[in-house]
Design a protein. Sequence first.
Lengths: 234, 393
Amino acid sequence: MSDKRVILVIEDERTISNFICRALTANNYKAIPSFRGKDGLSQFYSHSPDLVLLDLGLPDMDGMDILKELEELPQETPVIIISARDREAEKVKALDMGADDYIVKPFGVSELLARIRTTLRRADRLKQSQGVQRDVYQIKDLTVDVAKHQVLVGGEEIHFTQNEFKILELLCVHAGKVLTYDFILEHVWGPYGNTSNQILRVNMANIRRKLKENPSDPKYVLTELGIGYRMLED
Amino acid sequence: MRRMISRIYKRCGEILQYIPSLPRNLLVTFVFLCLAYLSSQALINHTGAENNSALVFVVAVILIALFTDGYRYGIVASLVGAFCINYFFMFPYRQFSLSYAGYPVAMLSMLAISGIVCALTTRVKNQAVEAMRREQKTRELYEMNEKLNREKTAIQLEADRETIRSNILRAVSHDLRTPLTSISGAAAVLLTCEEITTSEKNLSLVRDIKNDADALITMVENLLSITRIRDGTMPLTKREEMLEEVAGDAMLTVRRRFPEYSVSMELSDDILYLPMEPMLIKQVIINLLENAIRHSGDRDHIGLFLFRRDNWAVVEVRDQGKGVSPEVIQAVREGRQLERNLSGDSSRGMGIGLAVCQSIVKAHDGFFEVGNDREIGGAVFRFGLPMEEQDNE
């Protein structure tokens, strides 16, 4: 990458903003700090950053309103939400509104950098593919062939039920992004499926067993506790 | 009037209550009749034939009715009195006679008067007794009410104090979290700077800052958890969760914090989907793993096991280290809070760590056990949560 990627940090806690910006600069990003919501939006329009880090708890504006405004723009700039641990509903709402990822306070620098990398990579890929659906997804030694309805792990075929396959496919299509329970339920069982969370969770547990996944050391599917699932990228 | 009667009645009652009722009533009746007879005798000697003995006897009957139980003695006394008047104080003396005109009328009216007075007295007396009883009851109720009020105020005060205490604790913890995040974060940034990494002295200082900030973050998380449990006012916000996901998340946190330790997690085929407050259960698992890491002395064999036993979803943390002391096992068995100094060298708040585990598991109606493995050696920390909905599957 020739140019430095620009990241807008909308965070009112100066100390946190400070170390985030230092970490970003040290890792070859250009960081633009903003301590207020209104200022953040104007910074966004003047710099058109590649990614936005957004704290939901701002003093002058509801973070959700900023998110809504950003999502309505045609640029489709990815947004990562910064949120407190005990506000899961808020995170789920933000993700459903179109935020790309979230990170929970207190977080570590390496975790933050990893999320930023993943999100940027995903955004780049989306731009390149221009919404063209692929037929085969490859994640490490896992191959999901949508056309043939086939799943291979290390060349060996594993049988999945209809719904399990649909979940896997959905996760692959959005690899790298957190998918909320509601999002998955709606896309696999349909918007009027009236299905409970439990069905999804049990299906997921079965997928995990078939892939011989250990949730403490996930190779393919990462659990986002209380929020949803995320397919790791290759 | 009623008050006076009740006062007299009470005073005499106090004296007389030591004598059994039948002899007492007979004695009272006898004494008053004798007094009536004697005073009538005195009057007759004084005033001659024109006597007021009937009135004297009526008074005696009233008094008898007052100081005896029921109206029976009064009636008997009035009969005796009527006979006495006729016999002793009316012409012909010392002789019973109804032959003179007016005598039967006088006798009957005296009987009637004393009977009515007797009945009225009894009623007044009963009312007095009733009033006294009521007064007594009212007083008791009042006193009890006072006592309850006092207790209520005390409890309320204690609850208020507790609420204030945990609110302060929560506010402080919340406020600590942000600066601690930036301390730890800034230290992490420094750790990647060349100026720091080239000097071993600086490096170890910054590493200490980072480690201590992270340890404080853990402690703040624990404090936040405990204020949520101890509050009591706020019920757990349970929801159905896959235990393996919660445990996996806890494992990821621990691995990130202690990358140099090898901790493994073993799942059974049971699907453990049960109601819990996932953040709190995650905290319990993190605390138990950290406890094993810090205190067992074992670096390579710390294991987390999930399985189902009867209607319990069980989580076990095992190590092959030096094991737990009998004091800790004893304290856990008795449901006591673990003392800070019991958990070994007690580095950085692990004393409250196990206490938090116990509180959280208890709030989930689960069980918490600590022991040592007899064969391999090493400590076993185990807790179970009830599997509610899965019973009928």
